[in-house]
Write a protein that binds this ligand. Structure first.
Ligand SMILES: [Zn+2]
Length: 378
């Protein structure tokens, strides 16, 4: 709804610098987790975050390769469709996990164990932060077996760079105990099957700095959202508006110039809304059916004129928006999650770096609370 132009610029600059520092840290400190030469399923095992239905690309392909290597039937097309989801659920069911079809850290951990049991590597180079126990867990072998194969006197003493034998042709890895009895209590779900819904909405776009990063994150998590676009910005960045539509998100009208339409005559309101609607329709090929007033300033004239143009007014349920004036990405996540309710419409804004930074953790936090993501229907 709002755009504090001046403040926003400096906030964006600071946030951008912070993001660069954070990214630099991640690259320097986390990159070694993926060894040179890691590829296919092995690369998958160092991924964080969620992989679920709707995602496409390398992560999905690695997942499919891992599933197939473990005996699950799935095509290697890099598309997380119904078949891949079915294979993931089957894998989860057969490995004591909650069968929600969403690949999170627990599923990846179990998949890596099974994969390495079927495809035991010859050796492993110890990395920073690893212990014999984490290495044993990764490859699904026991600490005792690793200690024995490598003739380690003290299993607590491994050092970074040390090369450990994982299996030898003469001495296969110890067999894990057979499948657990069926009367074990069910494990708590990592991400429950959604039984509540929220709608994520992004106002004020399209924006050169944030639209594409937001789209990439939504794609990664298989989440569809609603974008309330400003008409003149759509004309300035038609390719961004088209990308939003092509990814299957809903586009609504947020005025043509992002000026308050409150108190204007019916003719003036109609002109602005029609111009914005026509810009969106012309650029994306999709006619918008939702309208959100700039600055949240709504009156009866706008309700009536929007309706005549086939649009209904859609406000939000997180009072004030979660990201305006937020102190950090963590703040955005905390505010948004605390405002979530079943059927809630959560307003976020383009042009704010914190919002982009917060989005992955925000989606995961909502998913953990049992929320799925749904857009207002026509
Ligand atoms: Zn706005």
């Amino acid at each position: 709804m709002d755009c504090f132009r001046g403040r926003r610029l400096s906030a964006a600059l600071i946030a951008g610098c912070l993001a660069a520092v954070v990214l630099g840290y991640v690259v320097l400190h986390l990159a070694p987790a993926a060894q040179a030469g890691d590829q296919g399923p092995v690369a998958l095992f160092s991924f964080a975050g969620l992989i679920r239905r709707g995602e496409k690309g390398d992560r999905v392909r690695y997942l499919q390769e891992a599933l197939r290597a473990c005996g699950y039937e799935v095509s290697l097309d890099g598309v997380f469709g119904p078949m891949t989801e079915g294979a993931v659920k089957k894998f989860q069911r057969e490995n004591g996990l909650y069968a929600d079809g969403i690949v999170g850290p627990q599923t990846i951990r179990e998949l890596s164990k099974l994969y390495y049991r079927a495809n035991p590597p010859d050796k492993h180079t110890v990395r920073s932060g690893e212990t014999l126990s984490t290495i044993a867990g990764r490859y699904g072998v026991s600490v005792e077996t690793l200690a024995k194969i490598n003739k380690l006197a003290d299993p607590d003493m491994v050092y970074v760079g040390q090369v450990l034998m994982i299996s030898t042709p003469q001495e296969p890895p110890a067999q894990e105990p057979p499948a657990p009895p069926t009367d074990l209590p069910p494990k708590p779900p990592p991400f429950p099957i959604p039984d509540r819904r929220v709608c994520l909405t992004f106002d004020d776009g399209p924006d050169l700095n944030t639209t594409r990063p937001i789209l990439a994150i939504l794609r990664q998590y298989g989440v569809k959202a609603t974008f309330f676009l400003v008409g003149e910005r759509v004309l300035r960045h038609p390719e961004l508006a088209r990308e939003i539509a092509q990814e299957g998100h809903v586009i609504g009208v947020h005025g043509f110039e992002h000026k308050s339409l409150s108190g204007l005559s019916a003719a003036e309101v109609r002109r602005d809304l029609k111009e914005a609607r026509d810009a969106i329709t012309q650029v994306t090929g999709v006619s918008p059916y939702l309208y959100r007033p700039p600055f949240g300033q709504l009156d009866q004239t706008q309700v009536a004129e929007a309706s005549k143009l086939g649009m209904r007014v859609t406000m939000w349920t997180n009072i004030g928006g979660a990201d305006l004036g937020a102190a950090s990405a963590e703040d955005v996540t905390a505010r948004t999650v605390s405002a979530a309710t079943d059927g809630g419409i959560l307003m976020l804004h383009e042009g704010l770096q914190y919002t982009v930074e917060a989005l992955p953790s925000l989606i995961e936090a909502l998913a953990r609370l049992g929320y799925g993501f749904l857009n207002p229907s026509k």
